[in-house]
Structure formats: structure tokens, C-alpha cells
Write a protein that binds this ligand. Structure first.
Ligand code: PMT
Length: 397
């Protein structure tokens, strides 16, 4: 979403201003053209030259100084912006914007733009919690501004509380999400499953697998960035909660089935990247099992087959982790589970499948189309899957 987009990054006078350099760097590396506008107080915290060096673009600091092409026409930036992001946004800029004061270049740009606006507040906890600031934020939200809520933590004042600038990755995810509102699956409801389910044996042990959740989370994030309304149903993982995505946490195959069955009632697409346990212990011991006998036998029973059992008129995409006869085995699963697409996942390679950041897959559609993809990042694989989903949605429409 970021490639070739013009992002106006407003920086205001907060101790968190240095983090804006990281935001600018990540956006620039993702292919966006980043136009930085700094308030006077922001320049006390971080040098404009730093931002200029990172973005390779002139930095606007003064409405009346003809230092850049944009200073000449004070609303030029407002017109070229695909999105305006203010990070960090102080109580002062929030107050100004909520009343329409335009006494510096940043406030003028915001007032003049038709692009979506994102604010990432950062300030002292008392200033943030002050009803005046809260009222200003509510007003701006009601006017369509997107607010990336601050995090709780240690603030510059030494106090612990709400007011720390949100994580840079969360701010970037929000930019992606806002830009994605006009994406090719905008408004579609997509349910994604991720991670490996855990089937308890006793209160402290379970049967599990090596799924990290990376593939499913990548699908959920890619769908979000293309405008979908995403619900992620995840088994336990150590991944951070993705921004802009509703997350339902489950543990077992039965729990996942219940969550999926409820979610698909309103879904356009179900994409199951989760590694769901095929068997569960017939009974779960109430107390921790003692190791006093030389061997232990567990009676296992089948878990519900979620993909095969959930009913509804949505597009079904399954994954198949395979180590041999990849295409034939995956095709069998496609038939058995009545899928529209199956993503046959080669797990023989250490760079592919469970736990890896990359993946090697073959996309197989119900109409017989087979496409072997090279080793790609999981995010790239996710986008390839969504390209096919877009085609199916178009056909269905
Ligand atoms: O999480 P990562 O570390 O990133 O790894 C990603 C992955 C390798 C787990 C993922 O890419 C993958 O291949 N997931 C499917 C794993 C698998 O082996 O699925 P399966 O062949 O057992 O099942 C086929 C399909 O049916 C899957 O979509 C699965 O979610 C679904 N299923 C399986 C069993 C079950 N009881 N109910 C199901 O719905």
C-alpha cells in the first residue's frame, strides 16, 4: 500500500519526536514519498536535517521561509498528500486542530487537506487524561480523524501512565490500513485462522505443533491493508496483536471450531492457515499426571474438521502442509473439504512452512489451475493468495 504514496508526516514538540525518524525511515524504505512538516517546537527535539537525510526530501519548518517547493504555496502539501500522519501529536496540535486554528504550516496543511488524517498522540498522562484533551480527541474522531491510541508506560516525566507514543509498527500498520480503505477487497469480511491449536492432556501439558502463526497473521495483515474487515481467530502464538484487526483467541480445535462457526455467519471469505490438531486426548486429567509408571498411554480421538464442517456461502481457502506428493495430497484435501483454493505448503525445506519467515507454496484452485510460487516472504504469499480470492469474489459478484 505504501509504494508510490505521498505521506505527509507532521512532527510536533514531544520527547517522542525522535521516533518520527524511525517512522520516516520505514515509510521511505517501503517506497513512499515522505514529506515532513515540523513545528517549531519539534525542531528543538530533533534536527530537520535528520529527517531530510532519511527521506531525501526537503523538510518544511516555516510557512514563510522559501526553503522548499512546498513553502511557496502553503496548501500544496495538503493537495498532494495521500494521507497526513502526525506522530507524535501533542495536546497543543490536537487542541488547535479541533478548533480549526491554522497558525503554522502543519495546522494549515491539515485544515486544507482532503486526505485522511491520522494522529498518534504523545504527552504527559495528566495532559492526555485531561477532559479538554479527551473532548478534543473525541471531536476529531467524530470528524473522521483516525487516532492511534497512546500506550501505557514510563513517560518523560518519570510517571507511569497513558501517554507514550504508540509503537512505530502500530502507526505504520494504521497508515497501511487507512490507505487500504480503497483497496481491492475493501469492505469484504475475511475470517483468518492462525497458529497451532493445543489439546490439553492435564492442567499443565498439551499436544501441540510447531506453527508460529506467522503465515496466518501475514494473511490477516495483507487483507487488512487491502481494505478488508478482518477477524483473526488465533491459537496461542508469541506474535504481537496486529493493529486494526479484531482478534479472537482460542486454544483447542473445538474452541477454534466454535469461533469460526460464529464468525463465518457474516463472512465473505474464510482462510484457514491454522495447524489444527487432528487428535485430542479422549479425556483431560483433572490433576497433573504423575510420572510414577514407566509408560503412559493416551487414548486420542479425532478433533472436529473445521473447514469440512462449517456451513455457509463464503469462499473457502485451506492450507495443506505436505512433505510428499504435495500437489496430489493437497488436491485430495481440496476435494474432501470442498474448498475453492488450497495452498499446498512444502514443509521439506527449512525456509518454508512451520516457523519460517518465508514460504514455498503451490496454489491450487477448484477449477484445476495450479501455480507454483517461488520462495517468498509470508507476506508476499499472503498477497498472492488474496489476488486469487479477489478473482473469486469478482466471479461471485
Ligand atoms: O504458523 P506458521 O509457523 O507460519 O506455519 C504455517 C503453516 C505451515 C502452519 C501453514 O502454512 C499451513 O500449512 N497450515 C495448515 C497446516 C496443516 O497441516 O493443515 P492440514 O493438512 O492438517 O489441514 C488442511 C486444512 O484443514 C488446513 O487449512 C487446516 O486449517 C484445516 N483443518 C485441519 C484439521 C482440522 N481438524 N480442521 C481443519 O479445519
Amino acid at each position: 500500500m505504501l509504494a508510490n504514496k505521498t505521506i505527509v508526516l507532521g512532527i510536533t514538540g514531544s520527547i517522542a519526536a525522535y521516533k518520527a525518524a524511525d517512522i520516516a525511515s520505514k515509510l521511505t524504505r517501503a517506497g513512499a514519498s515522505v514529506e515532513v512538516v515540523m513545528t517549531d517546537s519539534a525542531t528543538r527535539f530533533v534536527a530537520p536535517l535528520t529527517l531530510r537525510s532519511i527521506t531525501g526530501r526537503p523538510v518544511v519548518t516555516d510557512m514563510f521561509e522559501l526553503a522548499s517547493e512546498f513553502s511557496i504555496e502553503h496548501i500544496a502539501l495538503a493537495e498532494v498528500a495521500d494521507v497526513v500522519v502526525i506522530a507524535p501529536a501533542t495536546a497543543n496540535i490536537i487542541a488547535k486542530l479541533s478548533t480549526g486554528i491554522a497558525d503554522d504550516m502543519l495546522a494549515c496543511t491539515v485544515l486544507a487537506t482532503k486526505a485522511p488524517i491520522i494522529l498518534a498522540p504523545a504527552m504527559n498522562v495528566n495532559m492526555f487524561e485531561n477532559p479538554i484533551t479527551q473532548e478534543n480527541l473525541s471531536k476529531l474522531k467524530a470528524r473522521g480523524f483516525t487516532i492511534v491510541d497512546p500506550a501505557c508506560g514510563r513517560l518523560a516525566s518519570g510517571k507511569i501512565g497513558l501517554g507514550r507514543l504508540a509503537e512505530v509498527d502500530e502507526i505504520i500498520a494504521t497508515i497501511n490500513q487507512v490507505l487500504g480503505r480503497s483497496g481491492d477487497i475493501a469492505g469484504k469480511r475475511i475470517v483468518v485462522t492462525a497458529g497451532g491449536t493445543q489439546e490439553p492432556i492435564d492442567p499443565v501439558r498439551h499436544i501441540g505443533n510447531r506453527s508460529s502463526g506467522k503465515m496466518g497473521y501475514a494473511v490477516a495483515e495483507a487483507a487488512r491493508d487491502r481494505g478488508a474487515v478482518v477477524l483473526l481467530i488465533t491459537a496461542p502464538t508469541s506474535l504481537p496483536q496486529p493493529a486494526g484487526i479484531e482478534v479472537v483467541r482460542v486454544r483447542t480445535a473445538a474452541g477454534m471450531k466454535e469461533a469460526v462457526a460464529e464468525a463465518v455467519a457474516q463472512a465473505d471469505v474464510l482462510i484457514m492457515a491454522a495447524a489444527v490438531a487432528d487428535y485430542q486426548p479422549q479425556s483431560v486429567a483433572e490433576a497433573k499426571i504423575k510420572k510414577d509408571s514407566p509408560s503412559l498411554t493416551l487414548e486420542l480421538i479425532r478433533t472436529p474438521d473445521i473447514l469440512a464442517e462449517v456451513k455457509g456461502n463464503f469462499i473457502r481457502v485451506g492450507f495443506a502442509a505436505e512433505s510428499e506428493d504435495i500437489v496430489a495430497n493437497a488436491k485430495q484435501k481440496l476435494e474432501k473439504k470442498q474448498l475453492d483454493i488450497i495452498v499446498a505448503n512444502d514443509i521439506t525445506d527449512a525456509d518454508s512452512g512451520f516457523g519460517a519467515d518465508t514460504n514455498k507454496v503451490i496454489l491450487i484452485s477448484r477449477d484445476g489451475k495450479v501455480e507454483t510460487l517461488p520462495l517468498l516472504s509470508k507476506r508476499e504469499v499472503a498477497d498472492k493468495i488474496l489476488d486469487r480470492v479477489v478473482g473469486l469474489l469478482a466471479k461471485k459478484a
